[in-house]
Design a binder for this molecule. Structure first.
Ligand code: NDP
Ligand code: MG
Length: 373
């Protein structure tokens, strides 16, 4: 029987690659719903090709060839065996909760879901017997290496270091949008690419890992590995280290997450060759240059709404950077400033999380507009 799947964000970088995987595995998957934001043109092409029953886009009247359904409706449709949450931003959170409440497994790409509400989402998934399989390559690697969390000493998350790894702080301060978007290894959406340049992406991943694997922040390490071949590793209490390796392609973790616990040949294009790769380098991150990383640990350890603040201040600042309104380092300065002013609320509920998110976004925008005047 084919596994029934819906993709939230099928027009994005992860969503498009997921459809490439599914195209190769048509005998394994049946698509129930596809959703877009603005890009209805691509969504309609996808509908023609993959024939989902339901679809969503922000301009619903432009959808052709499928019944319109909201993200919430799609996520409460128990026909689904699994939902790939590949939308960007906070809109991923509520539909994910709806799917969990309906007992539907989740392949989770959207980082905000756990960064904003990991303390709510993970216990809820456990209570409902729902699997949350990470798509993010590092967490997918850890998911593949982990056997018994109680025997784990630490998680080792790898970071490519982004385009500024070998650049000076001054180069980074004066970086253009184009330079920040020129990621050496991964081809991703713009927001996450900027986060990879500041290493905020790695910070968000540390928070994601804390929630996914229920492990203390002190036991999560970050190591820079420019080749992006080792996708992450685990050190067990006896000193044994298990790492997951593979060529840097998001097809592999996407396919793993939607197929779990099965593995298929699928989209594999080439065999892995140690001799072709020849060398793997590792170095400690430069914590002074990449302050975002310390801020993320700080927010994670503080818990409560601190990570909501970190995420909202960062996302608004990244959007302003992409519009050419602020410089790359202003992103992190804004995050630090917002965190220093934030009145941390422990155990916020979902509505409080959204309120705090909106408040921080408004304050961040205000700060940016004041600087611009
Ligand atoms: P993209 O920006 O490429 O895609 C985002 C998707 O979300 C698009 O389909 C977009 O639609 C849709 N979307 C955006 N806003 C809305 C909205 N308001 N309503 C409905 N749909 C909306 O992002 P990525 O694919 O790069 O990333 C998706 C998520 O996965 C992010 O949270 C990211 O952090 C995470 N991730 C991504 C990785 C990658 O390699 N790209 C790796 C690991 C995690 P449209 O384009 O039609 O407007
Ligand atoms: Mg990642």
């Amino acid at each position: 029987m084919r596994r029934k799947i819906s993709i939230l964000g099928s027009t994005g970088s992860i969503g498009r690659q997921a459809l490439e995987v599914i195209e190769k595995l048509q005998d394994k998957f049946e698509i129930i719903a596809l959703t877009a934001g603005e890009n209805t043109k691509l969504l309609n092409e996808q509908i023609q090709k993959f024939k989902p029953k339901y679809a969503f886009a922000t301009k619903t009247h432009q959808i052709e060839g499928a019944k319109v359904a909201s993200l919430e409706e799609i996520c409460s449709n128990r026909e689904n065996d699994i939902i790939l949450v590949a939308v960007s931003g906070k809109i991923g959170l509520k539909p994910t909760i709806t799917a969990i409440n309906n007992g539907i497994d989740i392949a989770l790409a959207n980082k905000e879901t756990l960064v904003m509400a990991g303390d709510i989402v993970m216990p809820l998934a456990k209570k409902n017997g729902v699997n949350i399989i990470p798509v993010d390559s590092e967490h997918c690697a850890i998911h593949q290496c982990i056997k018994n969390i109680s025997q784990v000493d630490s998680l080792i998350i790898t970071a490519s270091g982004g385009p500024f790894l070998k650049k000076s702080v001054t180069d980074m301060k004066n970086a253009t949008v184009e330079e920040a978007l020129a990621h050496p290894r991964w081809n991703m959406g713009k927001k996450i690419t900027v986060d990879s340049a500041t290493l905020m992406n790695k910070g968000l991943e540390v928070i994601e890992a804390h929630h996914l694997f229920n492990i203390d922040y002190d036991k999560i390490k970050v190591i820079v590995h420019p080749q992006s071949i080792v996708h992450s590793a685990i050190e067990y209490v006896d000193g044994s280290v298990i790492a997951q390796l593979g060529l840097p392609s998001m097809h592999i973790p996407i396919q793993y997450a939607i197929s779990y616990p099965y593995r298929y040949e699928g989209i594999k294009s080439k065999s892995f060759s140690f001799s072709e790769i020849a060398r793997l380098d590792f170095e400690e991150p430069d914590w002074n240059k990449f302050k975002a990383l310390s801020l993320a640990y700080e927010a994670g350890k503080a818990g409560g709404s601190a990570t909501v603040c970190l995420n909202a201040a960062n996302e608004e600042s990244v959007f302003s950077f992409l519009q050419g309104k602020i410089k790359l380092f202003d992103i992190i300065d804004n995050v630090e400033y917002m965190m220093s002013k934030h009145n941390n609320k422990q155990n916020p509920d979902i509505e409080e999380i959204f309120d705090i998110d909106s408040e921080i976004r408004a304050l961040t925008k205000e700060k940016i507009s004041k600087v611009l005047v």
